[in-house]
Design a protein around this ligand. Structure first.
Ligand SMILES: *[C@@H]1O[C@H](CO)[C@@H](O)[C@H](O)[C@H]1NC(C)=O
Ligand SMILES: *[C@@H]1O[C@H](CO)[C@@H](O)[C@H](O)[C@H]1NC(C)=O
Ligand SMILES: *[C@@H]1O[C@H](CO)[C@@H](O)[C@H](O)[C@H]1NC(C)=O
Ligand SMILES: *[C@@H]1O[C@H](CO)[C@@H](O)[C@H](O)[C@H]1NC(C)=O
Ligand SMILES: *[C@@H]1O[C@H](CO)[C@@H](O)[C@H](O)[C@H]1NC(C)=O
Ligand SMILES: *[C@@H]1O[C@H](CO)[C@@H](O)[C@H](O)[C@H]1NC(C)=O
Ligand SMILES: *[C@@H]1O[C@H](CO)[C@@H](O)[C@H](O)[C@H]1NC(C)=O
Ligand SMILES: *[C@@H]1O[C@H](CO)[C@@H](O)[C@H](O)[C@H]1NC(C)=O
Length: 426
């Protein structure tokens, strides 16, 4: 990098001057100066060599950063997460919006966010005057009814109590799983006024991906595992999978890959078992010291759909191999994962894995991103955005909205036979 070259050049000049001065003078002050410069030079040299990124990868980091900063929906929608000290309103007119959680998400009545009026304050939302409740007797007074749209029938929903009441569609399951095919979403047409999902689409009001790369304020070189730690991994591919007949062709692909390289399958669909009592994530954490790669194969192949299957290994010392319908480069740091779509055949992918097994320096490049980025869950920020919208008297809400056409597997997903064709399996 030319900036570094210039820096080294300047250091060299300073050093030369110091040495010349040293040779001419015997005073202690000059010695001190020399020592100081020598130490500074060492520090700079060490920092430069730590930030070990080649020009091409650096360029891609910058592109990702621009993508995050610029005109993206991300910025538009979840930009409100920042903290604002003087947001504290003391006036008697402070009006709270009431949000009623109608059903549950991931077995949680409070959708994992919490209830009460402090929730958004604790999250440092810039607009935080919203209170959350699970008490259905508050339906009449609710400004918004918050609904997890999965597996619901119209009869499961309350009647709208007044013309201003807002019905929010919250969805993190794929359209293959939650779309028209289950026969229920179509009964929910003409219900919702707001959408809160992971889908990057004009009809998404609150766009909040589960997790995405966020640039660190200061680089953190120690975040990269050492070569020694990586070299101690003795096994190649780990896979923990328990739904063996999903909407994706992940089983077919995994079994094909197993013809070329060892793939250790844990869970219902495999021959290995996690230690009893360990959740998948704990099991993965425990195995992450032994394995190099993790098969992050999603259960559906849909636009923008990716889950903790790819995010968890990124938090551990595993490189995810992805099968899914999202554009992973849009969300994840460059060189942090291996996308099977980049290989013309399963055998080619296997060759790449074996190559990396024998070259720890190349393998370690998949961890470089860690000094510049971290993976953040963006979903909580969506609740800030919701409160902001409810407080905006000018917001254009959806009316007579066809949720069925929005969460449409035909438009957003590849079915199994289409995937078999794309991945050239049978
Ligand atoms: C930038 O955002 C505006 C409105 O948010 C949109 O109309 C425009 O198409 C966007 N431009 C690009 C290049 O994405
Ligand atoms: C909110 O801000 C406070 C003070 O800056 C900080 O300690 C806290 O971690 C922040 N909370 C979140 C969820 O970001
Ligand atoms: C489990 O082991 C059997 C017998 O060795 C083998 O045929 C099968 O492919 C294995 N299954 C998986 C998922 O690895
Ligand atoms: C993690 O794995 C090690 C062996 O690699 C084992 O001794 C330990 O008990 C495991 N930890 C848990 C919590 O199961
Ligand atoms: C994927 O996303 C990246 C970054 O936003 C973009 O440059 C690229 O064109 C996208 N690729 C496809 C196939 O859409
Ligand atoms: C709503 O629109 C009115 C009239 O255009 C404007 O004066 C007001 O500032 C807007 N309020 C917000 C919160 O954008
Ligand atoms: C919300 O949607 C319903 C059903 O389409 C509609 O009747 C109602 O007017 C909408 N509410 C607002 C505030 O637009
Ligand atoms: C998969 O999608 C294609 C194209 O939409 C369609 O022709 C085909 O019938 C679908 N296959 C199945 C099994 O649904």
């Amino acid at each position: 990098m030319s900036r570094n070259n210039r820096l080294i050049e300047q250091l060299y000049i300073h050093l030369k001057m110091a040495i010349i001065g040293l040779l001419n003078a015997r005073s202690e002050r000059i010695w001190k100066l020399f020592l100081f410069l020598l130490i500074s030079a060492l520090v700079v040299f060490i920092s430069i060599s730590y930030v070990a990124v080649d020009r091409e990868v650096w360029k891609r980091y910058q592109i990702l950063e621009q993508g995050n900063m610029a005109n993206s929906t991300y910025k538009k929608n979840v930009g409100a997460v920042k903290s604002e000290e003087n947001n504290h309103q003391t006036g008697a007119h402070s009006s709270y919006k009431r949000i009623l959680f109608w059903n549950s998400f991931a077995d949680k009545d409070d959708f994992g966010i919490g209830i009460g009026s402090e929730v958004l304050k604790e999250m440092n939302c810039s607009i935080n005057q919203c209170t959350f409740t699970t008490d259905k007797s508050e339906l009449e007074a609710a400004d918004a009814v918050f609904i997890h749209g999965f597996g619901l029938h119209r009869d499961d929903l309350p009647e709208r109590k007044n013309r201003e009441q807002i019905f929010v569609f919250f969805m993190y399951e794929s359209p293959s799983l939650a779309g028209r095919s289950n026969g229920k979403l179509s009964t929910l047409d003409d219900v919702f006024n707001l959408t809160f999902t992971y889908l990057d689409h004009p009809d998404t009001d609150i766009f909040a991906p589960l997790g995405r790369a966020v640039k660190r304020i200061t680089p953190k070189p120690v975040a990269i595992p050492t070569s020694t730690a990586l070299e101690s991994k003795s096994k190649l591919v780990l896979w923990i999978v328990s739904n063996c007949w999903p909407h994706s062709i992940r089983m077919e692909y995994g079994m094909e890959l197993q013809k070329y390289v060892p793939v250790d399958v844990y869970g219902e669909c495999g021959n290995y078992s996690c230690p009893p009592g360990l959740q998948n994530i704990q099991c993965m954490a425990n195995l992450s010291n032994s394995y190099m790669f993790y098969l992050a194969f999603e259960n559906s192949h849909c636009q923008d759909y990716y889950t903790e299957k790819v995010l968890n290994p990124l938090h551990l010392k595993l490189v995810p191999i992805t099968l899914g319908g999202t554009n992973y480069t849009k969300y994840l740091p460059p060189n942090s994962f291996i996308d099977i779509r980049e290989f013309s055949s399963v055998e080619d992918l296997a060759k790449m894995l074996l190559f990396l097994k024998n070259d720890v320096i190349q393998y370690r490049r998949y961890f470089w991103w860690r000094q510049f980025f971290e993976i953040k869950n963006i979903r909580p920020g969506g609740f800030c955005k919701l409160c902001e919208i409810l407080h905006n008297p000018n917001y254009t809400y959806k009316s007579h909205f066809h949720i069925d056409k929005y969460w449409d597997p035909d438009k957003l997903c590849l079915n199994r036979s289409q995937q078999l064709k794309v991945y050239k399996l049978r």
